[in-house]
Design a protein around this ligand. Structure first.
Ligand code: DP6
Length: 365
């Protein structure tokens, strides 16, 4: 597929209005996307677990209007929200070439999250993928061909992911589950820089219902926005090696996912998280996004692993919160550990229990 393949050629302009609604999850990267080229093309491939509980629910009502400019209103948790408008305006500008009907309708976008807004959990992945899916449903309703074949379902998901990527890179990994790869990589046939693809390889039962408990160490605004963060990889002294390493780690993970080797899994996942932060610490300007409590948690996890032989591990986003990953069979033991030893390092003792999920769902068509 090329970007040209996603251009909608004709649509039924007689349709006056309608409403669509989707719920779309967040995702957590195992191999991290950090660094991008123009048009949201990643510098390296990434892979993520789709989450299950941390989701955005978005309803879009569209009404025919005179075609001129983009026209939309955003409501967040029931209240009109002007703060989200610039991001959506940019998103519409980026995707207009692929959805020529965007200026022909007014859109009322009503959105909410299942996780608290001020939790430090990035909502761009779930939020942008949910809007992209709503727009795809509208495209389908306006579409000349209404086929529900497997082929058209694949196209629907690919284009939804393609659009979501133009909103926020990691959002393209939130359409499907349970594991999604984004970025061209030799080990994965069909992988693309343009959209995320479902991991088609063998997945060992060790990864079934894999758990992710998100420890909210810092619920504040992100210290470094992802846009600024990705730019730090331009001219970064270690960029080339980092991008090569991501390719290698992805290839290794393919075998690990098949064999169920959790020791090897832990090594790659933790190394990826620390590499991401190492990139930030060694860029110009440099940042430390971990907090003292982030390190407390990491050290506690390492000690616990040594003492119990558990396969629990951590990963990080571009912030201080810690995602604690562990197999389903260790759920009871690790949760007890989290409650007794890690919750004290969370802001107001707050953490969110999630697990690997199967992707976005249509609620209303
Ligand atoms: C550290 O997808 O938020 O979470 O494309 O600029 O919207 P933009 O960036 P974004 O970057 C996420 C980076 C990350 C790692 C990852 O999810 O792979």
């Amino acid at each position: 597929m090329t970007a040209q393949d996603f251009i909608l050629k004709t649509y039924n302009s007689n349709i006056q209005n309608g409403t669509v609604k989707w719920t779309s999850p967040s995702n957590i990267a195992l191999v991290k996307y950090w660094g991008k080229k123009e048009h949201q093309i990643p510098e390296n491939p990434s892979i993520s677990f789709t989450l299950s509980n941390c989701k955005t629910i978005t309803e879009v009502t569209y009404t025919k209007k005179e075609s001129k400019d983009f026209s939309f209103d955003v409501y967040f948790e029931g209240e009109k929200n002007a703060a989200f408008k610039p991001k959506i305006q940019t998103f519409f500008e980026r995707i207009e070439a692929y959805m020529p009907f965007l200026k022909a309708y007014h859109f009322k976008i009503e959105t909410s999250n299942t996780f608290p807004h001020s939790s430090g959990i990035a909502s761009s992945a779930s939020g942008m993928s949910a809007i992209a899916l709503c727009l795809m449903s509208i495209e389908k309703e306006l579409g000349v061909s209404q086929s529900d074949s497997e082929e058209s379902q694949d196209y629907f998901n690919q284009k939804a992911s393609f659009l979501a990527r133009l909103g926020s890179g990691s959002a393209c990994r939130s359409i499907e589950g349970e594991l999604v790869i984004w970025g061209k990589n030799e080990s994965f046939k069909g992988s693309s820089d343009l959209y995320g693809v479902k991991f088609q390889g063998e997945v060992h039962k060790n990864f079934k219902n894999y758990q992710d408990t998100i420890l909210l160490v810092d619920k504040g605004e992100k210290q470094v926005s992802s846009t600024v963060g990705h730019k730090l990889m331009f001219g970064h002294p270690f960029a080339k090696e980092r991008f090569t390493q991501a390719h290698d780690n992805l290839a290794k993970l393919k075998d690990i996912l098949a064999s169920g080797d959790l020791i090897a899994f832990v090594k790659i996942v933790e190394s990826e998280a620390l590499t991401l932060h190492a990139m930030m610490m060694t860029s110009t300007p440099y940042f430390i996004l971990m907090k003292p409590n982030t390190l407390e948690i990491i050290n506690k996890i390492w000690t616990f692993r040594e003492q119990t032989n558990s396969k629990v591990c951590f990963t990080l986003d571009a912030g201080a919160n810690v995602h604690v990953l562990y197999p389903d069979c260790e759920k009871e033991m690790v949760l007890e550990f989290i409650i007794n030893e890690l919750a004290q390092f969370c802001q107001n003792g707050h953490y969110i229990c999630d697990q690997i999920g199967s992707g976005a769902q249509l609620i209303k068509n």
